[in-house]
Structure formats: C-alpha cells, structure tokens
Design a binder for this molecule. Structure first.
Ligand code: PLP
Length: 444
C-alpha cells in the first residue's frame, strides 16, 4: 500500500512534523505520550522477566566461556565497556557550537565479544533461550546442572534435528548464525543481495547457510519465514515481533547500573541520565529503554535515532499507526548506509512498549554519521560502524528543544550507545574513514 497524495496531505495536516520528515530533513520529535512511572499501563513484560533473563545468562556462562575463548577473561559474561569520551565532547562542542552539560560516555557495544554488535544481547539470548527449552524439554539437562554439556557431541546431535531461520541485513544474522551454529543447529540466514560481503563470508565460514535475495529486504524475510516454518522442527527469529530479543536487550540495564556505580556516577532527580540509541526496528533501543526505566524510573531519559531515509519507528509512533505503515508507504526510499538501521517498518512488540517510555526520536543524515565516525576515531581512537555513531549528537540535538526545561541538565550524564563495529574488516573500516574525510573536506 502506497498512500495517495491526498492521503499524505491529510496525514500532514494531522501531524505537521511529517512535512520535514517526508522531505528527509533531520527532525526531532518529543513524545507527548511519555508516561511517568506511576502512569505506565501494564506492559507485556516485567522486571521479573528481566531478572529471569539475567539468570539464563548466568546458567549459560560456563558454556559460553568454554565455547568462545575470548570470554575466558570474563568468565563467560558478554558485556561491553562504558567509556568516558572527553576529547570527543570538546570536539562536538567546537563543531556543533553548543555546549554539552555534564559528562559524555560511550557505551561500547561495538566491542561486545563474539558478535561485535548490540545483537550479541538480543540475538544470543533468543537462541540460548530456545536451546535451553528444547534441552530441558527432552530431559537432557536440568537448570541447576553444568551447562558446559551444551558443547557435548550428544547435544550437538540433538540440536541438528532442529532448524533456525532469520531474515537479516547483517548484524542480527551474524549473532543468530554464530550462536546457532556453535550449538549445532541447522541455521539459515536470509539476506538481501546487497548485504555486506564480509558478513556473508563470515557466516558461511561458521557453517551457516546464507540465502541471498534480490530486491527489497522484505522479500528475504517473507521467504525466510515461509521456508523455516515449512519445517515442523523450524524456528524463525522474528525481528518484527520478538519478545525474546527484547528481553535479551533489556538486561543491559542491570549491567549499566553497575558500571555507573563503578564510575561514581549518580542517577537521581538532580543527576538525570540521558541515553541516545540508534534504532532499526526498535527492538534493541526499546528493550534497553524498558530495562533502564525499570532500573532508574523517571530519572532516565531515552532517545532513539534513525536515518532520515528510514524513520520507521518515528512515523509509526508519531502517527499512532505503529507497524501498520512503512516508510515506503509515505514515499521514503529506506536507502541508508547505516547497516542495522535500514528498516522500513517497526517492530510491533517493541513499539507498543516504547510508545510509553521513549522521550523522543531524532533523525540524522548519512553524511553526518561518517563525519562523527572520523571525529571519534581522531579524538578517541575508537572505530565504529557508521550506524553506531548516530547517538553522538544527541545531547546537542535535545538542547535545541524545550525538553530540558523539565529536568536538571546541569549535572547530567549522557550516554551515546555505540551499537556495532568490532567485526568490520580493516579494509572496510578504512573505506568508511576515507569516505568521512572526503565529506569533512568538502564541508570546509
Ligand atoms: C540492529 C542494530 C541497531 C538497532 O536495533 P533494532 O532492534 O533493529 O532497533 C542499531 N545499530 C546496529 C549497528 C545494529 O546492528
């Protein structure tokens, strides 16, 4: 369904912000449905679910430690550093001529072990959860036993009877593929042909079947869902409505709380926390926002960031149409170089929760992402993939609105969530960097 000119005119009358969004202008939207803690209606998941999800990670830690040597040092915990970036803060203040009140941190999910992106949280969790259910159901293990058994030959043979499928433009496929293959599942990743070559190569190297589809990514997803579910032992990881992915992401909040305490950072009415999260279907930023709201209540303020060419969650929430509309319906092309963010339609599960919890959404242009990539590399020697830089202009973008009138921003802590980068091959990273340099020089 593509809207007629007249339908779009009516939408614009009802939602004037759409004018700029449809013209691909960087836009900021503040959520007037944001609820205070006490007013939040009953949600389909709870803090108790998060606590149980954290316990699942603990049960699997011995398996993870043994399966992936890079987890030896952390005893099987998959977590990323929280890093203060003072030089970047100065550079942002010079470049975007606005001050940033308080501290600026980077949450380096780009360095999450094994998957190299935020998908290590949601994707790994969903596969481990599924594997555990199967194994317990078959009487192979009990929750209080040692999960190193998941590496044994008998478990692998058991999991070989089951197939897992996922549609992905890249990072989700990597996380689902890597973990499923490690456990012995038959795993297929359905990708659009334009997905990065190195991601396809890496998956095939790990024993994953990669199916490539020409045309729009939605074709790949549809075929993937169909082919997976045709198998009675098939399980499809559904990025557009998965509760498990969402829960996997939410656990980040417990970990972040600890890291903030270690840095002597307070979060309370006088010390608000602002978090800026790159957003695709909305599952990762939604899950993390849900978790942070459980942990910090009204003292945390979460903003999502989308490319100007893929504002799917923004349009879904602004118009209230949620996952019933896509950016293509509004004539937006969904073309962006931000891997993971090129999403035309939001997750139904995630947006139904985020609509009460997210403070706002802003959009960013691709060339800006490259500029930020260069700045961060030069200032802090940290290399991200382009999509992962989107949160860095968060503090200054928000300061252009009246949002801060309601909060004590002087003592704020700002966290830009860096969502991916570590697995990007050196040559690709050099290309990103060269591209950014080009953009910067043209701007001078
Ligand atoms: C997947 C991804 C996101 C966003 O996650 P969604 O759940 O799709 O909103 C952000 N950044 C990167 C690098 C990703 O791979």
């Amino acid at each position: 369904m593509v809207f007629s000119e007249n339908e779009i005119r009516i939408y614009k009358q009802d939602y004037p912000l759409l004018e700029g969004i449809l013209n691909l202008k960087p836009t900021i939207w503040l959520n007037d449905s944001l609820k205070k803690s006490q007013q939040i209606p009953k949600l389909p998941i709870t803090k108790q679910n998060m606590i149980e999800a954290e316990k699942l990670w603990t049960r699997f830690a011995p398996f993870l430690k043994k399966a992936f040597p890079e987890l030896e040092l952390t005893d099987g915990l998959i977590e990323s550093p929280l890093t203060q970036i003072p030089n970047m803060k100065n550079a942002l203040e010079d470049n975007y001529s606005a001050e940033i009140n308080g501290n600026l941190f980077l949450k380096c999910d780009s360095e999450l072990p094994v998957a190299g992106s935020i998908k290590a949280r949601g994707g790994f969790y969903e596969i481990l959860h599924y594997a555990e259910n199967l194994a317990i159901g078959a009487g192979l293990i009990k929750p209080d036993e040692n999960y190193e058994a998941f590496l044994s030959e008998s478990f692998r043979r058991f999991f070989q009877q089951y197939s897992i499928g996922v549609g992905s433009t890249g990072n989700l496929g990597l996380s689902i593929g890597i973990m499923s293959a490690k456990l012995g599942f038959n795993v297929s990743v359905y990708m659009s042909a334009d997905a990065k070559q190195w991601k396809k190569d890496l998956l095939r190297e790990k024993g994953v079947t990669v199916h490539e589809f020409t045309g729009d990514f939605s074709v790949a997803i549809k075929a993937g869902r169909q082919q997976t579910l045709d198998d009675p032992n098939g399980y499809f990881v559904d990025d557009e409505s998965s509760k498990h992915l969402f829960l996997g992401y939410s656990v980040a909040a417990f970990r972040l709380k600890k890291q903030l305490e270690e840095n002597n950072i307070k979060v309370d009415a006088d010390h608000p926390l602002f978090v800026y999260l790159p957003c695709g279907v909305g599952g990762a930023p939604g899950g993390i926002t849900f978790g942070l709201k459980q942990v910090f209540g009204d003292h945390v303020h979460c903003f999502f960031v989308e490319p100007t060419h893929s504002p799917s969650v923004l349009i879904g929430l602004l118009t209230g149409e949620m996952n019933n509309v896509s950016v293509q319906d509004f004539g937006i092309d969904n073309h962006t170089e931000a891997d993971g963010l090129a999403v035309g339609r939001p997750s139904s599960f995630a947006t139904s929760i985020s609509k009460h919890l997210v403070s706002g959404i802003y959009t960013i242009e691709d060339h800006e992402l490259y500029k930020l990539l260069i700045m961060l590399a030069d200032q802090e020697n940290i290399y991200l993939e382009p999509s992962a830089t989107a949160g860095l202009i968060g503090p200054q973008t928000i300061s252009e609105t009246n949002y801060l009138e309601h909060s004590n921003a002087e003592n704020a802590t700002h966290i830009s969530w860096a969502t991916g980068g570590a697995l990007v091959p050196e040559a690709d990273m050099q290309q990103f960097y060269a591209k950014g340099k080009n953009i910067l020089e043209k701007a001078e």
